[in-house]
Design a protein around this ligand. Structure first.
Ligand code: PLP
Length: 381
């Protein structure tokens, strides 16, 4: 890539492979541009293959797939869902939109995913589900969570927005919960601009998932020729993307492993470059536990505190490199205070927010990674 020294290296840039337009052109050649045509079916097949989920349904976003989960498990006012405070707003909105209460718990300081001990302590008679989030493409500790949900008759949900192609104990993310949500937003590894998918692993939810996604109708069964007219049978909304989006996405999904391998290589290069600083205790590196394979989605460093993190970000900006924090905790955000509740102390959530900084990680980063590493080392040394 011809890198202009004066251009700031972005945090993320959508992967565009070049083959997307062939499929988009093909989709335009069909007389079917709405959802659930040929390309949508092809995407469903590939997502089912990659996630080892028995059923995938494309949605217009991961946010949409998370909302579908709330509808599918019939969340209602008074119900509680346990989730990490360290996550994107959509995870909590899906619960609050149904009038249910998000119950925020702390994360494990090594993996930055929901701490099972905290989740277990947060269970009440009102609890309906636990929502795990696979942060940075590293799976949450799902087996202990499954034990809790089994013991209490709860649903296990998986926000796998960042985790397509990642695994936990040999099993792919997206297949680990009763329901999973994946994102194809432009910032993720595999993209369609906006886009997402719901994975249905407990097939008890399968028929109703199709209905909710198609405006509360049994249109999917009609398309399969199982019934001779379709009708309004339940509540629902329009969660499906058009064939144009599905065509674009199909090209990307076909190369998921190659896209992930590039991100993993960048992640490994950063790990190498900062190893010495980490051994001196100047920074903390991400932890990928031995029983998990990451998809390399995000690389981050943990600095000393908020002041150190802010100075690092300023320094990187002066060197034309983007760097960004993550996540402003949800539990004490204005809407978190209004709709949610906290269980336990959220000390690691707060400390992670204070200390974490993400570095550029995207398909075309190429040799520019040297500039990122050089600027970061110059600050830390
Ligand atoms: C990106 C993301 C979402 C939202 O995905 P969209 O496809 O943009 O709706 C939800 N949860 C997490 C953890 C995310 O990273």
């Amino acid at each position: 890539m011809n890198e202009n020294r004066l251009t700031r290296i972005p945090l993320s840039r959508p992967t565009v492979l070049g083959t997307e337009l062939d499929y988009v052109a093909q989709s335009l050649g069909q007389s079917h541009l709405a959802g659930d045509g040929k390309f949508t079916k092809l995407c469903h097949g590939l997502i089912e293959q990659i996630t080892a989920s028995p059923k995938a349904l494309l949605t217009h976003s991961c946010t949409g797939a998370l909302e579908m989960m709330g509808l599918l498990i019939d969340l209602k006012p008074g119900d509680e869902v346990i989730l990490p405070s360290f996550t994107f707003v959509s995870t909590a909105n899906a619960i609050a939109l149904r009038g249910a209460t998000p119950v925020f718990v702390d994360i494990n300081p090594a993996t930055l995913t929901i701490e099972p001990v905290e989740a277990a302590a947060a269970v009440t008679p009102k609890t309906r589900a636990i929502m795990a989030v696979h942060y940075a493409g590293i799976a949450a500790d799902m087996d202990p969570l499954r034990e809790i949900t089994d013991n209490h008759g709860l649903v296990l949900l998986e926000d796998a927005a960042q985790a397509l192609g990642a695994t936990y104990r040999g099993r792919p993310c997206g297949s680990l919960g009763d329901l999973g949500a994946i994102s194809f937003h432009e910032t993720k590894n595999v993209v369609s601009g906006e886009g997402g998918a719901l994975t249905v692993n407990d097939l008890r939810f399968a028929e109703r998932a199709e209905i909710i996604r198609e405006k509360g109708t049994n249109r999917s069964r009609f398309f399969r020729g199982e019934i001779d007219k379709y009708t309004w049978v339940d509540v629902g909304s329009s969660y499906l993307p058009s064939e144009i989006v599905a065509a674009f996405l199909y090209a990307q999904l076909q190369t998921t492993e190659q896209i992930n391998d590039i991100r993993r290589a960048i992640f490994a290069r950063y790990m190498d470059a900062f190893q010495e600083l980490a051994s001196k205790g100047r920074v903390t590196l991400p932890t990928v536990p031995a029983d998990r394979v990451s998809n390399g989605h995000i690389f981050y460093l943990l600095l000393d505190d908020a002041e150190d993190r802010d100075r690092f970000m300023d320094h990187m900006r002066e060197h034309d490199v983007s760097a960004a924090f993550h996540y402003v905790p949800l539990h004490d955000a204005p809407a978190g205070l209004r709709y949610g509740r906290v269980s336990g102390d959220l000390i690691h959530t707060q400390q992670t927010y204070d200390r974490l900084v993400r570095l550029p990680n995207f398909h075309e980063l190429g040799e520019s990674i040297d500039r990122v590493i050089g600027a970061a080392l110059a600050y830390c040394e």
